[in-house]
Design a protein around this ligand. Structure first.
Ligand code: 3EB
Length: 347
């Protein structure tokens, strides 16, 4: 399923190669790191593991559903400086930083720890002059279970995150694209990509209430993310985790086919050229153009159904990672994310 040329050809790249991303078999990462500068690696594993490497890395217990051990790796040919500070692991180039903040999972002070980790990420990136957050990934252990105050852990996390964004002075329409998904890892992990230069447009979907405007019934503080970010320099689009939500409501609870088709329709609408026109952007596409695809599946029994829809609607040449993970609302069965490469431009 993964191309033999994965080692030489990225699945996705930003700014004509400033940063590249691909999926590798875990056993290839070591060799890969000899010839590329790794910015971040996310391993999707079946059981908790510990190891130490130079680069920012997450060992995420969201098992790959076809049994392979895979890694999502972001990398560059530019020189990279690795820094560990304040519990964060970061990889800096002249233009961007990728990094990971994580903390041992806890029941009692999830909100405070989430706040603190976000706050450190913002302060570190800002102090070093990389203030422009473009993409964040949040992996939350036991996301749908209650914390010690009886609040769903995702909602508790959202409270801490929202306060950190607010304290940092973020305007609502400057929130980065995001993923907020469950895992069975021993740590809560937050990964990010930030640029030195302001270079992205944050996108919303006309079919969906902006997540930061979800009403209080979903939690005291709304989720802090945009539906996607458009990278101005060369026109790539990073699509946030997308699920079966229309307006602010979950639709088609209990029907995974309809939920997944709704998710795909949501992305189609987000990346539609007509939606981009509203932001004075030229480009766009459909789900068949997406790369670096990850599909989060709550119930393993739904895998074959979801794969059949992917075979029909996505580019069959594109590898897809099917990950076993809980979604941030208990009534959602599936979520997906991907990247839209820049269109070829005439020279
Ligand atoms: C949704 O649309 C589905 O909390 O960072 C998608 C992407 C979702 C990001 C996040 C949550 C997040 O609300 C869930």
């Amino acid at each position: 399923m993964i191309h033999a040329n994965a080692l030489s050809q990225p699945l996705f790249q930003v700014h004509n190669g400033l940063v590249k991303a691909t999926f590798l078999e875990a056993s290839q990462l070591e060799a890969f790191s000899q010839s590329h500068h790794i910015l971040s690696a996310t391993h999707f594993v079946a059981a908790p593991l510990e190891r130490t490497v130079d680069w920012p890395e997450i060992l995420l217990v969201t098992p790959i559903l076809d049994g392979k051990k895979m890694v999502e790796v972001w990398y560059t040919d530019a020189p990279v400086q690795y820094v560990q500070v304040d519990g964060l692991r970061l990889a800096f180039t002249d233009d961007l930083v990728m990094g990971v903040g994580s903390f041992e999972d806890c029941q009692d002070n999830l909100e405070a720890r989430s706040y603190e980790t976000y706050d450190r990420i913002f302060k570190t990136c800002t102090a070093r002059n990389y203030p422009n957050m473009v993409r964040m990934w949040n992996y939350i252990p036991h996301i749908n279970e209650p914390d010690s105050h009886g609040m769903e852990r995702y909602q508790t996390f959202c409270k801490g995150r929202a306060r950190a964004f607010f304290d940092q002075g973020y305007e609502e329409n400057f929130l980065p694209a995001g993923t907020g998904i469950g895992c069975r890892s021993p740590r809560l992990s937050i990964a990010f990509l930030a640029f030195r230069e302001q270079g992205c447009v944050n996108l919303e979907n006309p079919l969906q209430t902006p997540a930061y405007h979800y009403p209080k019934q979903y939690g005291p503080k709304s989720p802090s993310f945009a539906r996607g970010t458009w990278l101005k320099h060369s026109g790539e689009l990073l699509v946030s985790g997308t699920s079966s939500i229309i307006g602010h409501q979950t639709v088609h609870e209990g029907d995974v086919v309809k939920q997944f088709n709704t998710s795909l329709d949501n992305i189609n609408r987000l990346i539609d050229p007509q939606n981009l026109e509203k932001y004075d952007l030229v480009g766009g596409g459909t789900v068949a153009d997406l790369t670096l695809l990850k599909v989060y599946v709550r119930d393993v029994a739904d895998l074959a159904t979801i794969q059949a829809i992917c075979a029909e609607k996505l580019d069959p040449q594109q590898p897809v990672l099917y990950l076993h993970a809980d979604i941030c609302r208990a009534d959602l069965a599936v979520e997906l994310e991907g990247c839209l490469p820049a269109q070829e431009r005439d020279a």
